[in-house]
Design a protein around this ligand. Structure first.
Ligand SMILES: Nc1ncnc2c1ncn2[C@@H]1O[C@H](COP(=O)(O)OP(=O)(O)O)[C@@H](O)[C@H]1O
Ligand SMILES: [Mg+2]
Length: 298
């Protein structure tokens, strides 16, 4: 799609880019007793530059699926079926399930990065923001010179709307919103083609949430990455996503343009998710527009 024509997907007419990440029939189990079939035959397609919302109640398998897409699953979790293909900008199709060693390491943070659920509380309390950002480069770009690393860290903070003077701060000196922005900066560090954001704003109050979401939309437009945005908050997704996938008990039960999900939800569960929130007033896009009127970084 051309994100500049339709940055918020608010018109419903979503012109999609080429696929960048395709999951087909993915099943994931936790091999405990009794086994938990957390994801059951899930198929989703993420297109270049789009925001795909993944919605569903707590425990339906959203995080497990995200970990599967990013090859972060650890025992007792096991992908028992399906395929995940990353369509690289170079033109190569990468079989994500077959990756290992160096190719897996490169995939994980260079190609597809992740903002983890609850991550703003996972910054190391005894390390400065500078050190934590620099660590991404030390690990993934060991040849990078110190001066360049320092410049890139400052640039990343500005990019997410945090004063680079904050490089010297420690996590407890930052607000929750700022900490979450730092986590987003980290996920952006290596210029990924896809960012998976798992409930990135759930713990934040609504004004701070707005600021962060506007930032994500701006960055997406500027840098061109695609986003899988995970939340239980379907009305929020309708505001910000181009397309939405609805998950119920490990299955994707509906997938479509946000406008279609909003106007004509097909699955009874989608209707229930929509009606379980306070009535949606106004047009799609209001969240962002009112957000814009509030100005200022959270
Ligand atoms: N380590 C684990 N061991 C066993 N079951 C798990 C584990 N982690 C998650 N689950 C189960 O897998 C299902 C999906 O969890 P999750 O992916 O975290 O859902 P969501 O992110 O939608 O809240 C839930 O039933 C959860 O209890
Ligand atoms: Mg989760």
């Amino acid at each position: 799609m051309n994100p500049t024509n339709n940055p918020n997907g608010v018109n419903g007419a979503v012109a999609l880019g080429e696929p960048v990440l395709t999951a087909r029939d993915v099943s994931i189990e936790y091999e405990v007793d009794p086994p938990v079939k957390a994801v059951r035959g899930a198929s989703i397609t993420l297109h270049r530059g789009e925001i795909l919302g993944l919605a569903g109640e707590s425990g339906c398998g959203k995080t497990t699926l995200a970990y599967g897409l990013n090859r972060l699953l650890k025992a007792p979790a096991l992908m028992t079926g399906g395929e995940v293909v990353f369509h690289d900008a170079s033109g190569a199709d990468i079989d994500v399930v077959a990756l290992d060693g160096e190719s897996l390491r490169k995939y994980r943070w260079d190609k597809v990065s992740m903002v983890f659920q609850g991550s703003m509380n996972s910054l190391n309390p005894v390390m400065s923001v500078r050190k934590q950002l620099a660590d991404v480069f030390l690990t993934h770009r060991p040849a990078m010179k110190r001066a360049e690393r320092e410049a890139r860290c400052a640039e990343l903070l500005s990019l997410v709307g945090v004063d680079p003077a904050r490089l010297s701060s420690f996590p407890h000196e930052l607000s929750g919103g700022m900490r979450q922005r730092v986590m987003i900066a980290m996920a952006l560090a290596l210029d990924p083609q896809v960012m998976i954001m798992d409930e990135p704003t759930t713990a934040l109050d609504v004004v701070v949430q707005r600021g962060i979401i506007r930032e994500i939309m701006r960055l997406r437009e500027r840098l061109g990455f695609a986003v899988i945005f995970i939340t239980h908050d379907l009305p929020l997704l309708i505001e910000i996503s181009d397309r939405i996938a609805i998950m119920l008990d490990g299955e994707i039960v509906e997938q479509g343009a946000s406008e279609q999900i909003y106007r004509a939800p097909g699955h009874p569960y989608t209707r229930r998710l929509l009606s379980s929130f306070p009535s949606l007033r106004g047009e799609r896009g209001d969240f962002i527009r009112t957000g814009a009127a509030m100005g200022g970084a959270a």
